[in-house]
Design a protein around this ligand. Structure first.
Ligand code: PLP
Length: 380
């Protein structure tokens, strides 16, 4: 599948593993709830269209995106599943939302009024979900303002409230279970408030991946799963809680562009940040921070060559990274290099890379840039 004419730096996406993770999560969480696959940010860097197709074939009920633009991409690709736009609706996007059958999760009255007006102009009605802020403090109708909001919303006759949702701030941390429970309580109080004005939504959803796995009481009638579908459970699921079996979906690979023998005492790369401590075999690989290989991995990260770990030495630059392959033995130009993934007995997970740069695995895969082609295997 590799295109001979392009740089050999690519991300391999194993759709079979994606489907495995969904089945495994569903077995763990249970079949009594609906499943929303969150495919925002190009499916956390894995490719939204291909992942959505694979997950649709596996039986997910909803897709979740952050932007209306992302929902449009799915519709343009022929996706027919319901799509919830978690990022609301910006002014001017009302027509697109109506025409492309996108369901917005809204959190301000002005969004509601604009959507209502657009629906009226078209002689249509529109299903919306309402995002309630129960303690995340980000977007969402604050839980203590729900009564006014519900009373004004109910007058917008062209809008049907199909869902109420909230989002947890710390479901990944069992030390914060009290806070998660408080958010859950506030959510159900808000649901009650909506019921009092005659709004009885079909979907009542709270749980992201860590909540759905570690806090069964939050599963309600739909869960919104992102990370665990991509096998990124390791650093966002509470360590001690039981969890579904997950497989990594993404591998990041390239090949050695050049090998050099460098004597002891020479410096390598920008700012001369690394000095050889011995006569060394040095490989340069065609990937840099412009591809999403975090510059913070300079002199810290590792890659796998011929089944052995080799350290990244010197500063990662925009397009190139230098690796010390002295201990690999026999490394040659053209050799495959694994940045994320498995080679022989060695494996580097996105969460390993994340730990080295003090972030989470989600950011690692989301950062893999557009210059890197995604090669898919195991599709429907
Ligand atoms: C991103 C997101 C999710 C998915 O979270 P994961 O931890 O990846 O499962 C769920 N709900 C909302 C509102 C989100 O923004």
């Amino acid at each position: 599948m590799t295109r001979e004419t392009s740089r050999p730096t690519l991300a391999e996406i194993d759709l079979g593993s994606l489907r495995f993770n969904f089945r495994s999560s569903r077995d763990f969480i249970g079949s009594g709830v609906k499943y929303m696959a969150v495919v925002k940010a190009d499916a956390y860097g894995h490719g939204a269209v291909e992942c959505s197709r694979a997950l649709e074939a596996e039986g997910v009920d909803w897709l979740g995106v952050a932007l209306v633009e992302e929902a449009v991409e799915l519709r343009d690709a022929g996706c027919r599943l319901p799509v919830l736009c978690l990022g609301g609706a910006w002014e001017g996007q009302e027509e697109t939302i109506l025409k492309r059958s996108i369901t917005p999760a809204i959190f301000t009255l002005s969004q509601a009024e604009r959507l209502h007006a657009a629906a009226e102009r078209r002689g249509e009605s529109l299903a919306v979900h309402i995002k309630i802020d129960t303690g995340m403090g980000r977007v969402g109708v604050r839980h203590d303002r729900v009564p006014e909001f519900a009373e004004r919303l109910v007058k917008l006759s062209r809008l049907t409230v199909e869902g109420l949702m909230t989002h947890f701030a710390a479901a990944d941390d069992l030390a914060e279970t009290d806070f998660t429970q408080m958010q859950t309580r506030r959510f159900w109080e808000s649901v009650e408030t909506f019921r009092k004005v005659g709004i009885e939504p079909e979907y009542l959803d709270l749980a992201n991946s860590p909540a759905a796995v570690a806090h069964p009481a939050t599963r309600s009638n739909m869960v919104r799963l992102g990370g665990i579908l991509y096998g990124l459970g390791g650093d966002v699921l509470p360590g001690s809680a039981p969890r579904p079996k997950l497989r990594p979906v993404l591998s990041l690979k390239t090949r050695i562009a050049q090998i050099k023998s460098v004597p002891e005492g020479e410096t390598l790369g920008y700012s001369r940040a690394f000095k050889t401590k011995r006569d060394s075999t040095i490989a340069t690989i065609p990937i840099g921070y412009a591809d999403g290989l975090c510059r913070g991995l300079s002199n810290v990260g590792e890659v796998i060559v011929r089944g052995r770990r080799a350290p990244i030495v010197g500063r990662i630059s925009m397009d190139w990274t230098i690796v010390d392959v002295t201990d690999v033995g026999g490394a040659a130009e053209g050799d495959p290099v694994t940045i994320i993934g498995r080679d022989g007995g060695e494996e580097i997970l996105a969460e390993d890379v994340a730990r080295m740069t003090e972030t989470i695995s989600y950011e690692v895969t989301c950062s893999i840039g557009r210059r890197i082609p995604r090669n898919y295997k195991g599709g429907p």
